[in-house]
Design a protein around this ligand. Structure first.
Ligand SMILES: [Cu+2]
Length: 256
């Protein structure tokens, strides 16, 4: 009986402690996610005589096992640019380690904003430091040059890709992100400003405020309290039951 009471005390203590720690969800927790997915594409098997690169013939697009460059434009001037004003080279890193300074985020670029002159030719070298696929995808370029107004680098990490585009004249802010599912929300969001830009985009990590802030409310009502108490009681009973059994067995063995 003493053993059972002792066991009950231990179980109740554990249950109460668990309830107090798991119930205290006031602060958001950052889940550690291990990158187990492997996005590497399977090797292409091509029948003899077919053009293995037929799908690579879109202008401005190249693709291989390491990733892709899409919507590239090295020499076609936007209509409003009499000439290229400057050649700008930008190196961008993406990875989990850059998100460490942003609580709650999982991925980030090493920089969240880039500034280039209007009508400049921008060559981006995109380095993916992670073991998952990341993109540096820029929106808002002229659609008569870029399909869907997009320029985009994609790297099956770890590795890097480079590509070039020419921004039109005028101050404009271009949205940059990684389009892999949830990667934008998890921090891969940035902006490129031509000239002074025309706005600041929302929810850029470390730069601009979030529109929809995450909240983690704990609804402590009669229901949840009752549930914790019921679970605690059930756990205590289970503990008593198990300890009783163990004690009986021990007594039985000792008697043999
Ligand atoms: Cu990504």
């Amino acid at each position: 009986m003493l053993v059972a009471l002792g066991g009950l005390a231990v179980v109740v203590t554990i249950v109460v402690w668990r309830a107090s720690t798991t119930g205290n969800a006031g602060a958001p927790r950052v889940q550690k996610v291990t990158a187990t997915s492997d996005y590497r594409q399977p090797a292409l098997t091509v029948a003899a005589g077919t053009d293995a690169h037929a799908h690579h013939h879109h202008p401005g697009m190249s693709m291989d096992m390491q990733g892709a460059v899409m919507g590239e434009n090295k020499d076609r001037l936007p209509q409003d640019c009499p000439q290229i004003t400057e050649d700008v080279k930008v190196t961008v890193h993406a990875g989990r380690k850059y998100a460490r300074r942003f609580p709650g985020l999982m991925f980030a670029y090493d920089q969240q904003e880039w500034n280039v002159p209007p009508c400049s030719r921008v060559t981006v070298t995109f380095v993916n430091d992670d073991d998952v696929r990341h993109q540096w995808m820029l929106h808002g370029l002229p659609k008569y040059i870029h399909p869907q107004g997009m320029f985009h680098l994609e790297v099956t990490g770890p590795g890097e890709k480079s590509g070039t585009f020419i921004v039109p004249s005028g101050d404009k802010t271009y949205f940059v992100h990684c389009d892999m599912a949830q990667h934008t929300e998890k921090g891969l969001k940035a902006q490129l400003k031509a000239g002074a830009g025309n706005m600041d985009l929302p929810s850029i990590p470390g730069l601009t405020a979030t529109i929809n802030v995450d909240t983690y409310p704990v609804g402590w009502g009669a229901g949840s309290v009752g549930m914790v108490l019921t679970a605690g009681f059930a756990g205590a009973l289970l503990g008593v039951f198990c300890l009783n059994r163990a004690a009986r067995r021990a007594i039985y063995r000792a008697g043999q």
